[in-house]
Each structure stands twice: as structure tokens, then as C-alpha cells.
Design a protein around this ligand. Structure first.
Ligand code: SAM
Ligand code: F3S
Length: 421
């Protein structure tokens, strides 16, 4: 049997694309393998959001060169944000790569492989392909914001939303294959629909998807603070399947830095947004992204970020050290926070958040929570609460794809444990 090897790093969008690709390849009769040396198709689905990710991609690609030399008939494809519109320099640097695929263009990749095999007209639905209990569904590609540090919008282009009917069909199809929770994805998902002729909003899309029988939970990410409309907050509050969990990147706790990042909101506006959300959705869990060491960030400005994190008390903070990216506006600013200092700030935020998340999660101790069980992991069932807390429990019964009531017996900053009641 022919095999494929799929390597993915980066955001949830890449995870979603890879799942779609795996399904497409299995439709063509390929089976997954963990060994690239035996694969007939090798795909690297890549991320270049920071230099460290880009280094990993090129390291992985170079390590595949001897495999490709040994088996020139194997197809090697590079996909994702490493692939610019003009691929000539990539072609020069990596002549052994057969195919360069733009981010999220899974269709081109599958078409290429199908026509390479002469199977373009004989696609078989991969009936054996198991859809995850909780599945990501991209609803839009690209982004119309101009955050000065961000390469993703350069690689993924302007915002392109899918039509609501197409998304509803896709979710319906997943639910028929036993998916119970979907997370609607976009780089900037709360701007969904602005680019479509009748401009449907994310709130309208949530209502449409909410109607699907057999779907139990609905989420969306990532939201831009400046695009979060009251109508959307109302939809989260009113639609029972929409979970009380929002990811709203703040990036910095300092107005001057936010301005230089071109984030288009102030700290006061962000605070107001959080207050409004917490008033309307009292049990909401909030996640955010923070960049430390942006050009010119002083110790005082960094402390402003820490103070804001202490004040808002997010459930989750994804923190990254600023990494200058070619072609972005911030890349022209002097990268003047030394690497060790960026790392110190990153670790300080991580430590602070560990403490805050530990305290927030400890409030769930001895409480019974609803967990949608996704899979068994190292002998334990693993699932999430509506607020996206990771819960593990042991039990002999088969819980995959079921809702369990779990009494929490241990909590930590990143996960908790319990037993079913
Ligand atoms: N749409 C989201 C928003 O509203 O901010 C973010 C999408 S971005 C691709 C994912 C995260 O990567 C960002 O929130 C940011 O924290 C981080 N990131 C992006 N560019 C970065 C850079 N040059 N250096 C460090 N972190 C970066
Ligand atoms: Fe990037 Fe900002 Fe869009 S972080 S993906 S330009 S919202």
C-alpha cells in the first residue's frame, strides 16, 4: 500500500489543513506512516511566524534531502506559510522539492497527487477516516489587519471568507461522522464575512451552525479586539452550544507599543471589552497572546504588560519573544531588546501566568464539570470543559465522543484530573 508522511507545525489553521490533506490522501488510497523514508508522499505543512519556527522548517526539509535522493520517485511537497507567492528563491534553494503549495491550498496538493497517479477521476471517500471528536473548521483565510510584526498576513493574503452555506454543509458532514464539537477558525475570525457581498457576520454564522442536530459544542478563534462586535458577544451569551471561551490577543499592555504594533485599540478599550464580555458571560474563560521585547519596549512598558495580566487574570496566555520577520514594517525598526532580555521577559510572563492559571483552576477543585471526551491518552481519558480546560480521568468504560460529568480531584495550571460521577 502507498504511504504518506505528514509533518505539521504552527497554528490551528495548519492543523485543520493537515487533517483535510490526510483525508484527501486516504481517499486516494494512501495510508499514514510515521517513517518518511518509506513514504511515497511527504508533505511539510509549515509555519514561519517566528525565526525559530522557520529554522525548524528548513532543518526538517534539509534532513529529507537524502531520503529524496535515495527514492527520487517519492513526492516531496512544501506547504504553508514558508511558501511565498514567488517560489523562485525556494526552488533554487531546495531543488529537490517537487511541489510548493501556498498556505491552505490543500486542493492543489491533492489534485497534483491524484493526476500524478492518474486517479483524478476515481476519488473514493475515505470511509475509514476517523474525524476527531473536536474538529477545526477554517471559515476564512488571510487577514486584512496590518499588525507591523506579522508575516502571516503577508503569506496568507487578504481576507477571504467562505460562504455560510458551505461552512454549514462542512460541519453537517463532520457531525454525520461523529464530530461533536467544532472550532471555527480564522486569523481574525470576528471579522468573518466583511469581504462577502451580503456581509454575513460571525454571529449570523454561529446561529446557522448552531442549528445542526448532533453538534454539541461550538467555538471560534482567534478574535481581534477591534472587531469584536456586541452582536457577537450576545450570540455567545445566548446560543447554548457556543462555549464560554474566547481567545482575544492583546499583544502588549502598553498603549505606545500597541500603536507601534498597529493593533488599532488602546488598553482602555481592551479593558472595556473584557468588562462587557464578563458582564454578559459571567463564566467566560479568556485566553490571550502577548509579545515581549517588541522594538523599543522598555522595562516600564514590559511591567505595564505584567500589571495588565495581573489585573485581567486570563485563563491562558500564549507568550512569545518578538522575532523580526522579513518584509514586515516592524522589521525596519531596530531590534534593540537583547535576546537574553527578551527571554527573561518571556519567562517572567510564563511564571506569572503559571501562578494565575493555577489559582483560577484551583477554584474548580471538588466541583463537577462537563467534559467532552476526545481520546485516550497514556491510559487516561482526555477531554475539555466548555471553558477549554484540559481534564484527564481514568475509567474502564469507552468514553470517546461522550459527555462525562467529572469531579475534579487535582488541578494544575495547564490541566486537571478527576473521576466520572
Ligand atoms: N489574529 C491574531 C491577532 O489578533 O493577534 C494573531 C495571529 S498570529 C499569526 C499568532 C500569534 O503569533 C500572534 O498573536 C502573536 O502573539 C505571535 N506573533 C506573530 N508575529 C510574531 C513575531 N514577529 N514575533 C513574535 N510573535 C509573533
Ligand atoms: Fe497577523 Fe494581526 Fe492579522 S497578528 S494575522 S495581521 S490580526
Amino acid at each position: 500500500m502507498k504511504c504518506y508522511y505528514l509533518w505539521t507545525i504552527g497554528c490551528q489553521m495548519n492543523d485543520a489543513d493537515s487533517r483535510q490533506m490526510a483525508e484527501g490522501l486516504e481517499s486516494l488510497g494512501y495510508a499514514a506512516t510515521r517513517r518518511p523514508e518509506e513514504a511515497d508522499v511527504i508533505v511539510l505543512n509549515t509555519c514561519v511566524v517566528r525565526q525559530s519556527a522557520e529554522d525548524k522548517v528548513y532543518g526538517r526539509l534539509s534532513s529529507l534531502k537524502p531520503i529524496k535522493q535515495k527514492r527520487p520517485e517519492a513526492i516531496l511537497a512544501l506547504m504553508g506559510c514558508a511558501v511565498e507567492e514567488d517560489t523562485s528563491s525556494l526552488q533554487q534553494r531546495f531543488p529537490y522539492v517537487d511541489l510548493f503549495v501556498r498556505p491552505s491550498d490543500t486542493e492543489s496538493l491533492i489534485d497534483f497527487i491524484a493526476s500524478h497517479n492518474g486517479t483524478a477521476d476515481h476519488w473514493q471517500p475515505a470511509s475509514s477516516f476517523q474525524c476527531p471528536v473536536s474538529c477545526y473548521v477554517p471559515v476564512m483565510y488571510g487577514c486584512d489587519h496590518l499588525c507591523t510584526y506579522c508575516i502571516v498576513r503577508l503569506r496568507r493574503g487578504r481576507q477571504r471568507s467562505k460562504r455560510p452555506a458551505e461552512i454549514v454543509d462542512e460541519v453537517q458532514c463532520l457531525v454525520e461522522r461523529r464530530t461533536r464539537e467544532v472550532t471555527l477558525l480564522g486569523q481574525n475570525v470576528d471579522a468573518y464575512g466583511h469581504d462577502l457581498p451580503d456581509q454575513p457576520t460571525l454571529a449570523v454564522l454561529l446561529e446557522a451552525v448552531h442549528e445542526i442536530d448532533g453538534l454539541w459544542r461550538l467555538r471560534f478563534l482567534t478574535s481581534h479586539p477591534a472587531d469584536m462586535a456586541n452582536e457577537l458577544i450576545e450570540a455567545v451569551a445566548d446560543l447554548p452550544k457556543v462555549c464560554e471561551y474566547l481567545e482575544i490577543p492583546i499583544q502588549s499592555g502598553d498603549d505606545k507599543i500597541l500603536k507601534r504594533m498597529l493593533r488599532r485599540y488602546t488598553i482602555a478599550q481592551y479593558r472595556e471589552l473584557v468588562a462587557k464580555i464578563r458582564e454578559r458571560i459571567p463564566k467566560v474563560a479568556l485566553a490571550t497572546d502577548v509579545i515581549v521585547g517588541f522594538p523599543g519596549e522598555t522595562e516600564k512598558q514590559f511591567m505595564n504588560t505584567c500589571d495588565l495580566l495581573r489585573e485581567i487574570r486570563f485563563d491562558v496566555v500564549h507568550v512569545a519573544a518578538y522575532s523580526p520577520r522579513p518584509g514586515t514594517a516592524a522589521c525596519r525598526l531596530p531590534d534593540d531588546v537583547p535576546p537574553q532580555e527578551k527571554e527573561r521577559r518571556r519567562k517572567a510572563v510564563e511564571e506569572l501566568q503559571k501562578q494565575i492559571a493555577g489559582e483560577i483552576n484551583a477554584l474548580l477543585l471538588r466541583q463537577a464539570v462537563e467534559v467532552l471526551v476526545e481520546e485516550r491518552h497514556k491510559g487516561k481519558w482526555r477531554g475539555r470543559t466548555r471553558t477549554n480546560k484540559l481534564v484527564f480521568f481514568e475509567d474502564e468504560r469507552d468514553w470517546r465522543g461522550k459527555l462525562a460529568r467529572v469531579q475534579i480531584t487535582w488541578t494544575g495550571p495547564w490541566s486537571m484530573q478527576g473521576s466520572p460521577v
